[in-house]
Design a protein around this ligand. Structure first.
Ligand code: ZN
Length: 347
């Protein structure tokens, strides 16, 4: 998710100042030179770069980071068929890292995602258990209430029989035995119902405990989410890498691992090659402004990327004046002494 508008603005501002101030002087020293002796870095000669500080809080160590820069170079060099970048510990152009909230957020995001993942798995198990327990409870509760209705009706029938017997001056021994048998059966059923009711009470406790567990976990993950949002706000694009022209530095602010780092590096190296404008309308392009649509595992230059390079490094020879203006624009102040200019335009 790189948006280096800041970079482009500062580059444009820089171009205006440098071009305006220096052309007259240089023309005075070298009025009729036609080509740059050294060629244009990134077009005719490779860009030399060195590795600056790789903050140890990033997920790759210095060696892995260096290897990733070299792989990023290859994304341009292989399809274009020329050496565009050279690792050179003495180069002034530096590729470096800067650790801040962006990378910290990456780790916090990863931890939060892990927590949410664990929660989802645990919640699914708990919800399944809850559903199973609840439906077993409801089934048994239904059966119990049916049993209770039958018991009450049998009890009423028994009580009616007893009242009838009492009203007719006492039961005969046969009736007495029959009623006593019924009474014992009813007693037995009453105690069975009580037992079952007790079992259902325990079942209800279990259902509630499962729901409680789920609710506690939900509240906890909810709290994690709230804290994360309070800290970082809603998701929004941020700059992962930044190229500072002319051939000053590439700073990497954020990456997940070597795949997205390679893409961000390849993108910023594209700016170093002179590609100022992002490729529009093709999210798979390395020079698209945002990361996401590219193939992280097997990134390749798109037609748009190659066209952008062609624009930055036109094949047709340019006029001496254009070459001079470009030289002035691309040469850092420190190197822009009349002597250096004269040397550069000699021959
Ligand atoms: Zn960019």
């Amino acid at each position: 998710m790189d948006r280096d508008t800041i970079n482009r603005f500062s580059r444009l501002a820089f171009l205006c100042i440098l071009g305006g101030v220096s052309i007259g002087t240089a023309l005075f020293f070298a009025p009729d030179m036609f080509s740059l002796q050294d060629g244009r870095p990134g077009c005719d000669t490779p860009i030399h770069w060195r590795l600056g500080d790789v903050d140890s809080r990033f997920p790759l160590d210095r060696d892995a980071f260096l290897r990733t820069v070299i792989r990023a170079e290859g994304l341009w060099e292989q399809p274009l068929g020329k050496e565009l970048f050279v690792y050179d510990p003495d180069a002034s152009f530096v590729i470096t890292t800067f650790y801040d909230d962006r990378q910290k957020m990456t780790y916090d995001t990863r931890n939060l995602e892990k927590k949410i993942d664990q929660y989802n798995r645990s919640a699914e198990t708990l919800r399944d258990a809850y559903d199973a327990k609840l439906s077993a409870f409801e089934r048994d509760q239904e059966a119990l209430s049916h049993r209770m209705r039958e018991f009450e009706s049998d009890l009423s029938a028994y009580n009616a029989d007893v009242s009838r017997a009492n009203a007719s001056g006492g039961a005969s021994p046969e009736t007495y035995d029959a009623l006593e048998k019924k009474r014992k059966k009813l007693e037995k059923e009453r105690s069975a119902i009580n037992k079952e009711s007790e079992r259902l009470g325990k079942m209800a406790d279990e259902v509630n405990a499962t729901a409680g567990k789920l609710n506690i976990q939900t509240a906890s993950v909810q709290q994690n989410l709230t804290e994360y949002r309070r800290k970082y706000g809603e998701p929004k694009p941020f700059i992962q890498g930044l190229y500072e022209a002319p051939l000053t530095s590439i700073t990497i602010y954020q990456f997940e691992g070597k795949d997205d780092l390679r893409l961000v590096l390849a993108h910023e190296l594209g700016h170093a090659l002179g590609i100022d404008e992002h490729v529009q309308d093709d999210q798979s392009a390395i020079m698209y402004a945002m990361i996401g649509g590219q193939d992280l595992e097997n990134p390749t230059l798109t037609q748009g990327d190659e066209a952008a390079y062609e624009t930055a490094c036109p094949a047709e020879p340019e006029s001496g004046r254009d070459a001079l203006v470009r030289y002035l624009i691309e040469t850092p102040f420190s190197e822009l002494s009349p002597r250096a200019a004269a040397k550069a335009f000699r021959g």
